[in-house]
Design a protein around this ligand. Sequence first.
Ligand SMILES: [Zn+2]
Length: 225
Amino acid sequence: MPRDAIGWCWLVAFTGSDEVMELLLEGHKRFLAEVFPARRSHFHLLAESQAPQWLFITCADSRIVPDLILGTEPGDLFISRSIGNVVPIHSQDMDGVTATIEYAVEVLKVPYAIVCGHSDCGAMKAALSREGLENLPKASRWLHHVEAAFSHRQPINPADRDQAELASLIRGNVVAQLLNLKSQPAVANALVRGSLKVFGWYYDILSGRIEQYDEQTRRFERLLP
Ligand SMILES: [Zn+2]
């Protein structure tokens, strides 16, 4: 059975959902037969506690696989995911993102926090066009949290070709959410104490490369040459 992206799309389009679910069961069988035994001692260490080093705030997008991109292992990343990698600041409702941040900083005492946006982000496309949201009242409301991205748009990068306008907004959203992150009370206190450092990243799906926001130059630069 093909495991590449086209293969998955083909399966979803042309086969019943039970067959798609079988793929997960097959994957879990392989995990139990091969992956878990090889890492048994690591999982045993993690069974009763965790001490992640990084709070990783990213988009719910299926193409962002942090452990794959960063070579991290179970127990390394404490992850918050939502469409548009949002950090709400004016939410009247309880929201999972800020609760996750508070727990990561106050209880787990992570020394690093990263907001990671990505190319071709559907949430930011919708924010840009305001199309396709008619029947999505909750998503539409959630995307109010990315409006500040328009004030922080980054310079157009010709390398982004026909996605240059979108990419400039996505990078702007990383800057906006980074500011929101720094304004969270737990984060602000940790920054004053010097016990936390925060970073803004842009991950390009096509090249696999990550850019990091430089607060001095207010530009994104490649994380690696
Ligand atoms: Zn996204």
